[in-house]
Write a protein that binds this ligand. Structure first.
Ligand code: AQP
Length: 344
């Protein structure tokens, strides 16, 4: 198997209401990985339109995600920040992958089932084929590591299956075209830390999500200090005090979620949080959590607002990132065309 250069790729959908789950599960970790890898962080606008997006809102949301990347500390000079639709090779490779992936594989995707709900007949074809596009996003750069929240684990496994099947199906052609066998790496998910699945503040059985109808269910990256404090104060809990040991959080989803959020924001373990707050009332812990959350998010949200006030700067960052990404994507896509048997 070829030794692949290590490259991180990940994306965030510009679908509005960017929240604390997106930050802790993805963006904060994107920032950490910059010192160890070459990274590509993408605003995945092609994914966004798998469900209806108002065109004016979409433009604003693309800029909002880009601003969040930059405000959180992603260095768009050293790494690559861009929006997906600028690089047509994502869609081009996705088509090839649509022809590699099997219906049975996509039929098993739980996110499609959840998002399409009972009205499957009315869901877009794009929503169904979404994981093949996600595989293309990563593999068009031959990405090796993909930091994501826990909800994306199944899609990542599918990306690996697609890469593996492509490598097997075209093994002879891959070698004949001068590549060592195994044209695509099998990308590894990076799902670590105490907040890989941040749950709704109103219902500990559902993940915090952009599309939840209740704004109280999530902390938006656009919320101010008062909104954050109110949402944490109103967060659902149970009547018991916090336990002293992590084991005591079992079956107490809301408590576990708030402790996980605190741990991720403070960069400590859940046990360390319980060492400090175990045995105490939720009200005390919630006040400390609200203060911590405001403390950590305020510089980021403030910087986001500053950046969003100058859309032309954000657009320049995306244009430059798109150009650099395009060079890499074209190289892969040309090789894929040769391997598949297209004439170019
Ligand atoms: N609740 C979460 N906890 C931890 N990580 C999360 N992510 C999303 N929600 C949580 C991670 O954030 C990254 C970007 O996600 P996305 O915007 O591409 O898509 P999503 O998972 O569909 O986000 P939402 O907020 O849940 O949107 P809707 O409501 O549209 O379904 C990914 O790495 C994701 O794992």
């Amino acid at each position: 198997m070829t030794a692949f250069a290590q490259r991180v790729f990940s994306g965030v959908q510009p679908t509005g209401n960017l929240h604390l789950g997106n930050y802790l599960g993805a963006i904060q970790r994107f920032v950490e990985l910059q010192s160890r890898y070459d990274c590509m962080y993408c605003v995945v606008d092609l994914h966004a339109i798998t469900v209806w997006q108002d065109p004016v809102d979409l433009k604003n949301n693309i800029r909002e995600v880009t601003a969040a990347f930059l405000a959180a500390g992603i260095d768009a000079g050293r790494h690559i920040v861009f929006n997906q639709s600028r690089v047509p090779e994502h869609a081009e490779l996705a088509w090839v992958f649509n022809c590699v992936a099997r219906m049975g594989w996509l039929n098993r995707m739980t996110q499609f089932k959840e998002k399409a709900g009972k009205d499957r007949e009315n869901a877009s074809v794009g929503l169904f084929a979404y994981p093949a596009l996600m595989a293309a996003d990563i593999l068009v750069y031959r990405g090796t590591h993909v930091p994501v929240g826990d909800d994306q684990k199944q899609h990542l496994e599918l990306s690996r299956d697609i890469a593996q099947k492509f490598n097997n199906d075209f093994a002879a052609s891959i070698t004949a075209n001068g590549h060592a066998d195994g044209f695509f790496p099998l990308p590894e998910p990076l799902i670590t830390g105490p907040a890989t699945r941040v749950m709704s503040l109103r219902d500990g059985s559902r993940k915090m999500s952009k599309s939840d109808a209740s704004d109280l269910s999530r902390i938006n990256l656009s919320d101010d200090a008062d909104q954050i404090a109110t949402k944490i104060r109103k967060a659902r809990t149970d009547p018991e005090p916090l336990p002293g040991e992590v084991k005591g959080l079992e079956g107490r989803r809301e408590a576990e979620n708030l402790v996980g959020i605190y741990a991720a924001l403070a960069a400590v373990s859940a046990q360390q949080v319980l060492d400090e707050y175990g045995g105490g009332q939720f009200s005390t812990f919630k006040t400390a959590l609200a203060d911590l959350c405001i403390d950590k998010l305020a510089p980021i949200t403030g910087e986001m607002r500053r950046l969003q006030a100058d859309p032309s700067h954000i657009d320049k960052v995306l244009a430059s990132g798109g150009e650099r990404a395009g060079v890499l994507a074209r190289e892969t896509m040309n090789a894929v065309k040769d391997i598949v048997g297209f004439i170019r």
